[in-house]
Structures are given as C-alpha cells and as structure tokens.
Design a protein around this ligand. Structure first.
Ligand code: 13P
Length: 315
C-alpha cells in the first residue's frame, strides 16, 4: 500500500504556531530510544519533576469531555502476565464511569480473553487495524474483524507505527476514516520528535498530522486525539504540565479554526508519554488535558492511580 515515511514538513505555515516551545526537560542524553525496554520487567520510571505552575480553577474545566484513560500494552505480555494485569484491574478501586472512561489495549492475540475477563466498565482497544476492507493482506487485522469481536476502540497512528512501520499521515488519515466508517471508535495519535521540537516545529507537525485526519473525516464524535510527543514515549521524560497544556490548547485552537468550535470543545485531547502515578495528577489538572494514553505504567498497578487522576477534574 501507499504507506510512506510521515511527511512532517509542510510547505505552508500551519494555521497556528505559537512561539517555539521550550525544550523538553531532557538529560544530557538526547537520543531517543529506538527500542524502549520491556516495561514489564523494567524498574519503575522516575517520577516527574514537580512543576510550579498552578492548577486552573475547576470552573475552567470544560464540561462534557469525560476524562479518558487508555492503557497501551504495546507488544508486551504473556498469558500469565495478561491474567495478572486483568486481575489487578478487576480488583482495583476505580472512579465511576461518570467520571472516567477506561480503555485498555492488549496485543491482538489477547483481545478476546481480556475483553471476556475484564470488569465490564473497562473497555478494550486494538492497537492498529488495516486501512480498508479485509482480504488478501497477510498479517493484517481488519476493522470488520474488530467490530465482529465486539472490540469498540482502536488506536491508530501511534508514533511507533509511523516511525517503525513507515505509516504516513495520509495513510493514518485513511485508516481513521475507514475504522470510523465501520463503527469503531478511534484513539488517533499525533506528536513531534525531539528534533522537530528543537527545530521549533512542534505545532506544525501536530497540525499536519491532525489535518491529514480532518481531511478524511466529518464526524469527530468517536475520535479521541492522543498527543504523544515522541521524545517522551518510553523514555521516562514526561512532558511538563505546561508543555502538555500548551500543545493541547493549540491543538484545540486548530480544531476550532479548521473543523468547528463544537468539535474543538467536545473532542478529548489526551496526553501520552512516560505518564506515571507520580506525574498524572498535575498533568490531569491542566484545563486542556482530558486524559492519558499510558504505555509502560499501564502494565503496573499504578495504572489504577492514573485512572483515578480523573477525580482531579471534579475536585
Ligand atoms: O506510547 C505511549 C502510549 O501509547 C506511551 O508510552 P510510555 O507511557 O511507556 O511512555
């Protein structure tokens, strides 16, 4: 298919660019990890540095955007580990479904088991699906199959698929449109690399990736946008609350200008990248952070704490 390297440079300036963002709080090592360690066996990630910015008053928290927490298990897990994670989730005390929507995304092979064993208030997502109707596409899984299995959600455009599998923004846009048309709900991922951030093109990249989706869909009701800066994924370098808020607010502005004020107001924009139990509350307090997409920490009991960060919004 027409999968190609993502196009991150735009010939035209994006409709919104704020001043270049401050560099991420990286250590002397600025190399992105090509293959993040398996979070099941790795030690807990370091906690986020406290950030002194103040939380907004709860009155500024937008009404109607229910907090959303996704757990992306990526290519991790054995039968035994999956059972253990499900048991932990089933036993955990989590905020009510009025307050938070929770979706976990195991590898395809575990989806039916996890769906069958999980408490009903936690939904499941696939981590990808094919761009069109199924058929002679060896190794792919179609949106129709996910619907047939009763899997309600799919993650599309994750940076690992963009960079490692060469999925272009256009290809991701097509996937989002097709999955929505089949009745799936979509967690659509966008985010810049370290190099792009340091070049001051964060918002241009995020706009280009979002536009490729906006060009192909009309109805955003079943879309959650996940802002996942690549430099924060699997690195332990979580975005500061201010960094996340700035991109989320600009992305919402982009939706307002380029899609509609209603879509901007109602679409959940969630943050992903080294979120932990220690960093989640301050991030959740940001007015435009509507939840999280969690990788490594979603395999650990602290995922329960991250889910319950939703209560920050209603406090
Ligand atoms: O890629 C992510 C979720 O999709 C984030 O992964 P980590 O939370 O492991 O950084």
């Amino acid at each position: 298919p027409e999968a190609g390297r993502p196009h991150v440079a735009t010939s035209q300036p994006p409709p919104f660019i704020s001043s270049p963002l401050p560099p991420p709080c990286l250590s002397s090592s600025t190399r992105r990890k090509e293959t993040p360690p398996n979070p099941i066996s790795s030690p807990p990630l370091p906690s986020a540095r406290p950030n002194p910015i103040r939380s907004p008053p709860s009155s500024s928290v937008a009404m109607g955007r229910k907090f959303f927490v996704g757990g992306n298990w990526k290519c991790n897990g054995t039968v035994e580990q999956v059972e253990s994670i499900v048991n932990t989730l089933n036993a955990g005390q989590i905020a009510s479904t009025d307050v938070v929507e929770v979706v976990v995304s195991p590898p395809y092979v575990f989806l039916p088991t996890v769906k069958g064993k999980l408490r009903p208030e936690i939904q499941v997502a696939a981590q990808n699906c094919w761009v069109k109707k199924g058929g002679a596409f060896t190794g792919e899984v179609s949106a129709e199959m996910l619907v047939n299995l009763g899997v309600p959600w799919v993650i599309l455009g994750h940076s690992e698929r963009r960079s490692l599998m060469g999925e272009s923004s256009e290809f991701v846009g097509e996937k989002v449109a097709y999955a929505l048309a089949q009745g799936l709900k979509v967690i659509a991922c966008v985010g810049e690399t370290l190099e792009q951030r340091e070049a001051g093109s964060t918002m241009a990249v995020v706009a280009e990736q979002t536009k490729a989706i906006a060009d192909k869909i009309k109805d955003w009701t079943n879309v959650v946008v996940a802002y996942e800066p690549v430099w924060a994924i699997g690195t332990g370098k979580v975005a500061s609350p201010a960094q996340a808020q700035e991109v989320h607010a600009n992305l919402r502005d982009w939706l307002k200008t380029n899609v509609s004020p209603e879509v901007a107001e109602s679409t959940r924009i969630i943050y992903g990248g080294s979120v932990t139990g220690a960093s989640c509350k301050e991030l959740a307090a940001q007015p435009d952070v509507d939840g999280f997409l969690v990788g490594g920490a979603s395999l650990k009991p602290e995922f329960i704490d991250i889910i319950n960060a939703a209560t920050v919004k209603s406090a």
